[in-house]
Ligand binder design. Structure first.
Ligand code: TYD
Length: 222
């Protein structure tokens, strides 16, 4: 049994996920009075930060090793941070989750999608988000937003990033009950409003703690 609410943000590098998570976390903490935990993958735990550094700032990693390391990061993240937070009733916002593995390791690296998904499913004992927000942006636009040197994944090339984008869009279209697609090319405040609206529309019932988030939009689960 869990009492918390689990929301993941997905999309390419540079789509603005971390900014939107910070904005949403403030709104939700203020308006629901609940504990809001923000985290990310890879690197939401101490072990995860070691794995993140190997994945992004080390040498070559073969595709299957890469898939296993992301899954290991996720297994530890879920077991030690996400599940305990959900059990105590927190709202958990994560910057990336299992869908990133399907988009990057299957879509991008061309490993079989069902196997990559199964690996993450095993790693997380089947934990899925209540809601996944896809901040969609063409990779060539995202690349212009990047600051600093590209990491190992960002260096993977234009075709790779086109495939990951398409994989995200396909997954979102296949499961509209869990996903909401948001155009991340809009101004930051407009994206933030779409994010708030999606969260209220889908999750107001499960987030209410005596007081519902007072954000415009239809309230209640579809
Ligand atoms: P992220 O921290 O979102 O990078 P950035 O801040 O540059 O957007 O994610 C790190 C990289 O790891 C990103 O390129 C996506 C990739 N990734 C995968 O390939 N598979 C995964 O399962 C996850 C969680 C991330």
């Amino acid at each position: 049994m869990r009492n918390g609410v689990f929301i993941s943000f997905e999309g390419g590098d540079g789509a603005g996920k971390s900014t939107q998570i910070a904005l949403l976390a403030n709104v939700l903490a203020e308006r629901t009075g609940r504990d809001v935990v923000t985290t990310r993958e890879p690197g939401g735990t101490a072990l995860g930060r070691t794995l993140r550094s190997a994945l992004l700032h080390g040498g070559e990693v073969s595709p299957r090793a890469e898939a296993l390391i992301y899954a290991a990061d996720r297994a530890h993240h879920v077991a030690t941070l996400i599940r305990p937070a959900l059990a105590r009733g927190a709202i958990v916002l994560t910057d990336r989750y299992l869908d990133s593995s399907v988009a990057y390791q299957a879509g991008g690296r061309a490993l079989p999608a069902s196997e990559v998904e199964q690996l993450s499913s095993w790693a997380t004992e089947g934990l899925l988000p209540d809601l996944t927000l896809l901040l969609d942006l063409p990779p060539e636009v995202a690349a212009t937003r990047r600051e600093g040197p590209a990491d190992r994944m960002e260096r993977a090339g234009a075709d790779f990033h086109q495939r990951t984008r398409q994989a995200f869009l396909d997954r979102a279209a296949a499961d509209p009950g869990r996903w909401v697609l948001i155009d991340a090319g809009q101004p930051l405040a407009v994206v933030a409003e779409h994010v708030r609206h999606a969260v209220v529309e889908r999750l107001a019932d499960s987030m209410a703690a005596g007081q519902e988030p007072s954000v415009s939009g239809r309230v209640g689960r579809p």
